[in-house]
Write a protein that binds this ligand. Structure first.
Ligand code: 5GP
Ligand code: MG
Length: 196
């Protein structure tokens, strides 16, 4: 075992073949390796580049979870673009609260722009619907949505996910920006919760 947080030792990673991490009281096993994540990000970027060649995009990334997805995606975007961030929260621990709290709002002119919302993961869809409806009132030219991860069995909204990376079952995951109680966002791979 290797301890990453020297003081609290809250984060342990095993060195066995099946990589696991322990965050506070929960253990997670590797689920989507970094190379697959980055390939999915590149594939989304390629599609956006093809669809918006010669045009300009305003990306709106939903913090906190999407910060790594947004960074890696933008490194692969070849068309003119700007980015802004909103901060919304709907999860507490390993479950959705069923409502969305806005912590930082939109601070950009959206009128007549092509907007692509960037979500790390779409689960029930309440977060996506919240930001989509806010943007729709601001008279954009169009709104598209991109999500690195998508839980179709949990999704209860009608907004299309225009650019979807990897579909996953209804499990709780961490890593690559996604957290458990604030921990684990730094993990390069994505991990799934053990022993549901
Ligand atoms: P939704 O509003 O679609 O139910 O959930 C959206 C937000 O909840 C995501 O942007 C993410 O922040 C959080 N979330 C949803 N599923 C998971 C998950 O499996 N793991 C983690 N860490 N966060 C999740
Ligand atoms: Mg998110």
């Amino acid at each position: 075992m290797q301890c990453f947080y020297v003081n609290s030792c809250a984060f342990m990673m095993s060195t066995s073949a099946q990589k696991t991490v322990t965050l506070q009281d929960k253990t997670f096993s590797v689920f989507i390796p970094e190379n697959e994540i980055l390939a999915a990000v590149k594939s989304i970027a390629d599609k956006i580049n093809a669809d918006y060649s010669g045009k300009e995009i305003l990306f709106v990334a939903v913090l906190n979870g999407s910060f790594l997805f947004a960074a890696d995606l933008l490194k692969n975007i070849l068309v003119a673009n700007t980015i802004d961030f909103v901060k919304l929260a709907s999860y507490s621990g390993t479950t959705t609260t069923g409502s969305v709290k806005q912590i930082i709002g939109l601070n950009v002119d959206v009128k007549n722009k092509t907007v692509i919302v960037l979500e790390d993961i779409v689960d029930t869809g309440i977060t996506l619907e919240n930001i989509y409806n806010q943007l729709a009132k601001m008279e954009p030219k169009e709104i598209k949505t991109a999500a690195l991860l998508f839980k179709p069995q949990s999704y209860s909204k009608s907004i299309a996910i225009d650019y979807s990376g990897i579909e996953i079952p209804n499990d709780f995951i961490v890593g690559y920006g996604l957290d458990y109680d604030g921990l684990g966002r730094n993990l390069r791979d994505i991990y799934v919760l053990n022993n549901k």
